[in-house]
Design a protein around this ligand. Structure first.
Ligand code: AHR
Length: 598
């Protein structure tokens, strides 16, 4: 199998090509309890029914005390009507209540934990000087040892002798470990670090289905996710659990900036998971909401009210923003999208923000958008099996170069070839995806971005499998697909070089890209067969050094990284002899990247 390339023919590789798609999904949360670093579950009793046991999720009384969730007679804010009512049932001793976190609380030696809570004495008289209004207490502590178990409790205690028979209310009880970039109300460190290690070019958020809500009323609405945490009511997310929205629009943007990614921000486009599309006559409030959402991100804080909120939260300057996605998977209501939703949104938004690019999510005939105005960006999603991705490795080669840019916003080898669901990505599926990703390298003149999905899941109760990264409170399982994504991103280069082969059909896919600044050439080889295949590269130059470095991901068929064996497959490095001709024996089921210097 011979590959020849030239240095004169090819095209630029966009910096956005490989990135991340994120939404709060997976039952036990990929945002709350996952990416969002808050350790206390159900911290503000948002959206629960007072008096029910479900309202007490994660909480328990400690010692002689009774606790219940009540509708506060004097709520801390309009957004947070509920509180934990606490009453000692003894007159002495340490009493209180505990929270067991999001399926555990990790404790790490040397970590400084930062916490706060609101409290209120609801009795008319108190035996010591205090306030009869809500007060916020703050505290910090540093862990002196690491606990290997995450079965730890956060406890808030009082001396019953001091409190006596009084009733207190508590809410917004929060505890954070150190966060990425030390941000207040920030993101989980270890998850951020492994995502940063991928050098992702973009971050698509906040969904996915979680943008849309089960109903229009339950959509992700940006204005409920900003301002102080006491002003955020939370919502029943699309995936059947309550989102705190502590990880709100501002926090997303700040983290995206810290991670040096390009936001691809979605706006709700009038269609929800109940299958109902908002009628055209009723659409304007949602269009206004989208305009306000964008103004929050890029508006001038001195003249625009939404931008002023951003400024008050700590970011007077606009955030970077280029791409707006109008809806999510609107092919579930293609007629309403084609008839009015796409046009009404894109016309209004482009009039207000002509500098932005708008991504459509529906209405095509084959690969030709049939929307008016014609979209210039289109998001496609595909979940399938390894054979689909191997066979689809030339899907984009045949598309016309007519100005339309493609976004593979979601894709994954979700099952094996027999259609059986997978708990974790397995090497066969990940290598098949790698063959498909070669197609993005080769067609990166018309594919501007691609992201695997879903990104994150907790091991405690997985709702959608497989996921790119699975986590517990203190461990991460980086899947074989994570490594494929990471390698393509790290060795993306900035220029794709046209190459030719002497073999029409082969289980091997390949691509050649260059990092112009460093004169490094990346020869990528994907062998989807289970047996070795030899590739002979003929270079248009003699490498400056015969010492070539390579990275490979390979494993026997069926191998996956799991909770019990999280590092069954990891990339390894190797060296090879670089010359004008390079003969490489690609092992079965492998992704290899050979780096040579010109
Ligand atoms: O990634 C999981 C879901 O798949 C997304 O929420 C949705 O866009 C797609 O159907």
């Amino acid at each position: 199998f011979d590959v020849t390339f030239t240095t004169t023919s090819g095209h630029a590789v966009p910096p956005t090509l490989y990135g991340l798609m994120f939404e709060d999904i997976n039952h036990v949360r990929s945002g709350d309890g996952g990416l969002y670093a808050e350790l206390i579950q159900n911290r503000a009793f948002q959206q629960v029914t007072p008096g029910t046991s479900a309202a007490l999720t994660a909480w328990a009384a400690l010692g002689a005390a009774s606790i219940t969730v009540v509708k506060s007679s004097s709520p801390v804010s309009t957004a947070l009507p509920n509180a934990l009512s606490f009453k000692p049932t003894a007159t002495s001793g340490t009493v209180g209540f505990t929270n067991d976190g999001y399926f555990g609380i990790p404790v790490t030696a040397g970590f400084k934990y930062t916490g706060s809570f609101f409290y209120l004495f609801t009795s008319t008289t108190v035996p010591f000087t205090t306030s009869s209004s809500w007060q916020q207490a703050t505290f910090t502590f540093t862990a002196s040892s690491t606990q290997t178990s995450v079965e730890n409790l956060f406890a808030l205690t009082v001396n019953a002798a001091t409190i006596g028979e009084l009733t207190m209310e508590f809410t917004l009880i929060s505890l954070f470990p150190p966060t990425f970039n030390n941000r207040e109300n920030g993101m989980r460190l270890d998850i951020s670090e492994v995502l940063l290690a991928m050098k992702p070019g973009f971050f698509r958020f906040p969904g996915g289905n979680n943008l849309e809500g089960e109903t229009a009323a339950q959509r992700w609405a940006w204005e409920n996710t900003v301002n102080s945490l006491v002003d955020r009511p939370g919502r029943l997310g699309t995936w059947g659990y309550i989102n705190t929205d502590g990880n709100g629009l501002y926090e997303y943007l700040q983290w995206i900036e810290d991670m040096d990614m390009e936001p691809i921000m979605a706006v709700y486009a009038g269609y929800s998971l109940d299958g109902v599309a908002v009628a055209e006559d009723d659409l304007q409030p949602y269009i206004t909401e989208a305009i306000n959402q964008i103004n929050f991100v890029i508006g001038d804080a001195s003249t625009n009210a939404q931008a002023a909120i951003r400024s008050a939260m700590g970011h007077p300057e606009p955030f970077a923003l280029t791409y707006i996605e109008i809806g999510n998977e609107d092919f579930f209501s293609p007629t309403t999208y084609a008839d009015y939703r796409w046009a009404d949104f894109v016309n209004a938004l482009s009039a207000e923000f002509p500098q932005l690019h708008y991504i459509s999510t529906s209405a095509t005939s084959g690969f030709v958008p049939t929307l008016t105005p014609a979209p210039t960006y289109w998001d496609l999603h595909i979940y399938s099996n390894p054979n689909f991705f191997i066979n689809g490795a030339f899907n984009f080669d045949i598309l016309p170069r007519n100005g339309l840019q493609f976004f593979q916003g979601e894709y994954a080898s979700m099952t094996n070839n027999a259609g059986v669901d997978l708990d974790f990505p397995f090497i066969d599926g990940s290598i098949a995806e790698a063959a498909y990703v070669e197609c993005f390298d080769r067609n990166s003149d018309i594919v501007f971005a691609a992201s695997w999905a879903p990104l994150l899941s907790s091991v405690s109760s997985i709702q959608w499998t497989p996921d790119l990264i699975t986590f517990s409170p203190n461990t991460l399982i980086l899947s074989t697909s994570y490594y494929v994504q990471k390698l393509f991103s790290l060795f993306k280069g900035d220029f794709y070089l046209t190459s030719t082969t002497n073999t029409a059909s082969s289980p091997v896919q390949w691509s050649v890209t260059r990092d112009t600044a460093t004169s490094q050439y990346f020869l990528k080889v994907v062998n989807t067969a289970t047996t070795e295949n030899t590739v002979v590269f003929t270079l248009p130059f003699t490498p400056v050094s015969t010492a070539g470095t390579g990275t490979i991901l390979t494993a026997p068929s069926g191998t996956m990284n799991t909770l019990t064996n999280p590092t069954a497959v990891v990339p390894t490095n190797f060296s090879f002899t670089a010359g004008k001709t390079i003969t490489y024996n690609a092992p079965g089921l492998s992704l290899s990247i050979l780096t040579v210097l010109s």
